[in-house]
Design a protein around this ligand. Sequence first.
Ligand code: SF4
Ligand code: SF4
Ligand code: SF4
Length: 262
Amino acid sequence: MSMKKLRLGILSLTGCEGCVNELLDVLLTTPGLLNYLELEYCRLIMDAEPSKVDVLIVEGAVASERDYELLKSASEKAQYVVALGSCAVLGGVSQSCLTFENLQQITREVYQGTLPKLRRLPPPEAKPITELVKVSYVVPGCPPPKSELQKLLTSLILGKEFKLCEHTVCFECKARGMVCLLEKGVLCLGPLTRGGCEARCPRVGAPCLGCRGPAPELRIREYINILKEKNLLDSVTIKKLMSIFQTFSSLRAKVTEVLDSG
Ligand code: SF4
Ligand code: SF4
Ligand code: SF4
């Protein structure tokens, strides 16, 4: 008896298409996966309009009326909606780039001081899809880890609930016996960030910038105390790091309160 394939739609809004690349890589390289999935649309590799699907996976933030219309009409034709990546889940770099000051600064840097005459645009704004439509699952990360994408697709095929990992990025450094970057005088957001990425950044000597969003259990006070002990407490840098992926925007007031209380 042949099993009915799960119909999948992939929609890209405002983002860099890095998440979709990862997802397609997983789809094409995981043995057997395509026996259970039918890809109905994905603008990166096929010319097809959003149609009726079992699962819609959305990458990117909503940064225009067009994005919103696309999201609304595609999600109305889907049984389940999944937010893929930091832009779709939290706003991510799409949101942080699109604040007015950042946009001006980025334009200056990209055009090296010789600003082109730009059409006057409405004040830019980008929102994560989680604020605009009902979402069944989120897979944060910039881009999300491949192992988690495999788990997501397998859970969807089997009709099982998909769960994100609950520990922090620090747990993954410790599990690999790595020397903590804080010991080397580098500020890192790993203690506040949801793990699951196999400590992708600290593993190559770069600090965690929080792309996976806040960890389920946050120990802000303990984190600040450790930074103090190590002489690394620099509230301007911490706030800047936290704003890159908009990861901590919902917690900014809480973090600022702890930072400001000294
Ligand atoms: S989350 Fe990162 S990789 Fe994914 S679309 Fe946004 S910027 Fe690109
Ligand atoms: S390097 Fe960062 S993520 Fe790793 S243990 Fe240290 S603080 Fe945590
Ligand atoms: S280490 Fe932090 S910034 Fe890097 S992939 Fe993991 S969660 Fe994202």
